[in-house]
Design a binder for this molecule. Structure first.
Ligand code: FES
Ligand code: FES
Length: 169
C-alpha cells in the first residue's frame, strides 16, 4: 500500500513505482507544470520546490522519499489567486525575461530567506558565532548560486529578493 504526500495542501498518493522523481510526479502525473525541468541533473535549480519549508531539487528526489511530507510548488505559493509577495517583487523589478527559471528562483529564495532566519551559514558567512546573519549582496549571491538564469536577469532577481527580504524582516 502506498503512502501519501501533501502537495500544495492536497493529499496525493505517492507513486507505486519508486523510481519516479518528485519532479516527474509533479509535472507529468499531477499536471503541475510550474516546476520546470531544466537540466534534470541537479545543475540549474529550475526544479526547486519547498519540502516542509526547505528548498530541494525535485529532479534529484524520488517522490516516495517524501511520503508524509508537505511539498509546496510555485502553484502553492500564490494563495487564492493572490500572488506571493516575492512573485509580485519579481514582476515589479523585471526579475525575469523568458520566465523559465522563475518558479525555481522564487521557491529557492523563499527557502533561502528562512535558512538565513534560522542562522544556517553559507560558504561566505564570515562570523559563524553571530546570532543573526546579514543577507549581504555576497550572501545573497552565494545562496542563490544554484539557480541559473540563462536570460541573465540577475540584476532584477537580486533586487526583487532584496525587496522581499526587507518586507519580511
Ligand atoms: S532540473 Fe533540477 S536542477 Fe536542473
Ligand atoms: S528568465 Fe529566462 S532563464 Fe531566467
Amino acid at each position: 500500500m502506498s503512502g501519501f504526500i501533501t502537495i500544495n495542501g492536497s493529499r496525493v498518493d505517492s507513486p507505486e513505482d519508486p523510481r519516479v522523481s518528485l519532479l516527474d510526479l509533479l509535472r507529468e502525473r499531477l499536471e503541475l507544470p510550474g516546476t520546470k525541468k531544466g537540466c534534470d541533473q541537479g545543475a540549474c535549480g529550475a526544479c526547486t520546490v519547498l519540502v516542509d519549508g526547505q528548498r530541494i531539487l525535485s529532479c534529484l528526489a524520488l517522490a516516495v522519499q517524501y511520503e508524509g511530507c508537505s511539498v509546496t510548488t510555485i502553484e502553492g505559493l500564490a494563495a487564492d489567486g493572490t500572488l506571493h509577495p516575492l512573485q509580485r517583487a519579481f514582476i515589479e523589478h523585471d526579475g525575469l525575461q523568458c520566465g523559465y527559471c522563475t518558479p525555481g528562483q522564487v521557491c529557492s529564495a523563499v527557502g533561502m530567506v528562512e535558512e538565513v532566519r534560522r542562522g544556517v551559514p553559507s560558504f561566505v558567512t564570515s562570523d559563524l558565532s553571530a546570532g543573526t546573519i546579514a543577507l549581504t549582496h555576497d550572501e545573497l549571491r552565494e545562496r542563490m548560486s544554484g539557480n541559473l538564469c540563462r536570460c541573465g536577469a540577475y540584476n532584477g532577481i537580486v533586487d526583487a529578493i532584496a525587496e522581499y527580504v526587507e518586507t519580511v524582516r
